[in-house]
Design a protein around this ligand. Sequence first.
Ligand code: KG4
Ligand code: ZN
Length: 351
Amino acid sequence: MICLGVESSCDETALALVEDGQLTGAVLSSQTDVHTLFGGVVPELASREHYRHMGPLFDELLRRRGLEPGRITHVAVARGPGLLGSLLVGVAFAKALALGLEAKFLGVNHLHAHLLSVGISGKLSFPAIGLLVSGGHTHLYHMQSPSCCRQLGRTLDDAAGEAFDKVGKLLGLPYPGGSLIDALAKEGVADPALFPRPYLDNDNLDFSFSGLKTAVATHIKRNGRQWTKDADSLKNCCASFNLAVVDTLCVKVKRALDRHPHIRALVLAGGVASNSLLRGRMTELMRQRGGEALIPPPSLCTDNAAMIAYAGWLLHKCGCFHDLRMETIPRGRAIPDDMLRDGAWNFVTPP
Ligand code: KG4
Ligand code: ZN
């Protein structure tokens, strides 16, 4: 079985091949440079860039792998959530390819694919608690199987990555600010009392990060904009903000684990899962509980097509597929559980 994965939900155009569960090729074109000029992703520009790169990237992937298109047996595509115009470029490409090649077609939930991606280079086990932290989403899941991830909580406003990027902008850092804040935080000294741990005084599993961003803005205003130009102040501010986000995520993850005491695995995924403090804290949390934190390498945390191809492969193993009427689902709309099933549940945890 050769599964092609297609990803175009935001600002990365990516294609990858998974053959019998192994990643055998991947190509990616990032639009970061285009959007940096505007301080955030411009949807119309994003769709045009996907449209421009998709065909040449496909040719490049096949050339590198030495593969004839006719050997592709499955085409998996990110169907949402994401920017509608961007998603449609990938979905139209994938549907046309599946039709032309008579390949099986699978629409993949981009968020679930992030969580499942840990299986590409490591262990994936079920049941697990999944924390997805990216630029657009901060969701907690109960992961029962590749085709059954139940949402336990979500952010009510900004996503964790969005908070990183907005604070990066306030601090005068280039977009996206997350990885730079992470790097600067390592050189600074965190003051645990400087910023709040938002939205913990409740008993739910939701998040809210917009107040934390406002707290940073207030801190900058109080100290004067010039203050962000001082290297030590900047590093210390990054360390304090980074700690506040990570502490907050840890509290809700602990709460989710306490409510599901039989669960021994935590999957951490999405762009913010590259964060070094978050990776360390989640690993330690699970070690203390006698379980395991399953975290993809940083190269697989940000958007990529390997995770789409791999999720397609896993879903195929579960007997799932779509027909070409499958809808594209933009951000803000729930992704329906509309997969067709042609066999029994036969997923086996990879070694
Ligand atoms: O998953 P992703 O590539 O795209 C979305 O689907 O959103 O995540 C991108 C997000 C950005 O907000 C970026 O600032 C954040 O992940 N990010 C980080 C780090 N690396 C990327 N945030 C904190 N620490 C990092 N090391
Ligand atoms: Zn993503």
